[in-house]
Ligand binder design. Structure first.
Ligand SMILES: [Zn+2]
Ligand SMILES: [Zn+2]
Length: 185
């Protein structure tokens, strides 16, 4: 069963990967430990983790669980929240865990030690949830590969957009909705 056996050992690996040891690493590892206990996943292939920010805790969660963005087992939702949802794909069991933020109220030099020693319920709150995965969301080979009718670039996994009502060709999201970048030439 996937689990975090020893928080301190995992934290050492997190500090190396993340670049420093911080409160977010401690909270993230504690969230991962609780999440794995709740979803009872036998194998890394059964686990999908949704993270809700791109700050310190996310690095800790991916290190502690083995979930990876490039394996489609880690998914990023840009909510700016200190929370993550742990899903056991094979059973459908899913739990969302939220950091209560109590450690943030303490002086910086005390907060990490407190977060390490706190009871789960002092540090975190958790609730069972369901997560509906869409077509092309799960690990495995791409289920759909198309080329954008405008830019010609490849679009995987149903992320293309129908070009219009009744149109059979598809656009990439950049061509359909606009880009986060502006071409210079
Ligand atoms: Zn950090
Ligand atoms: Zn395009």
């Amino acid at each position: 069963m996937l689990k975090v056996d020893d928080v301190e050992t995992v934290l050492e690996r997190c500090a190396t990967f993340h670049g420093h040891l911080c409160l977010g690493q401690v909270v993230g590892v504690r969230m991962a430990k609780k999440g794995l206990e709740l979803v009872v996943a036998e194998d890394i292939k059964d686990l999908i983790v949704m993270v809700e920010n791109d700050r310190c805790i996310t690095d800790a969660i991916l290190m502690a669980t083995g979930a990876r963005l490039g394996r489609r087992s880690l998914k990023f939702f840009d909510y700016g929240k200190m929370a993550a949802t742990f899903v056991n794909q094979s059973t459908g069991r899913a739990w969302r865990i939220h950091s209560r933020g109590e450690a943030d109220k303490l002086p910086k030099d005390e907060s990490m030690a407190w977060a390490l020693a706190a009871e789960d319920a002092e540090l975190l709150s958790w609730q069972p949830v369901t997560v509906a995965f869409g077509p092309g969301d799960l690990p495995g080979p791409p289920e759909r590969i198309v080329h954008c009718a405008r830019c010609g670039e490849t679009v995987l996994d149903y992320r293309d957009v129908p070009a219009g009502q009744g149109e059979v060709y598809a656009l990439c999201r950049a061509c359909a909705f606009g880009t986060y970048y502006q071409p210079m030439i």
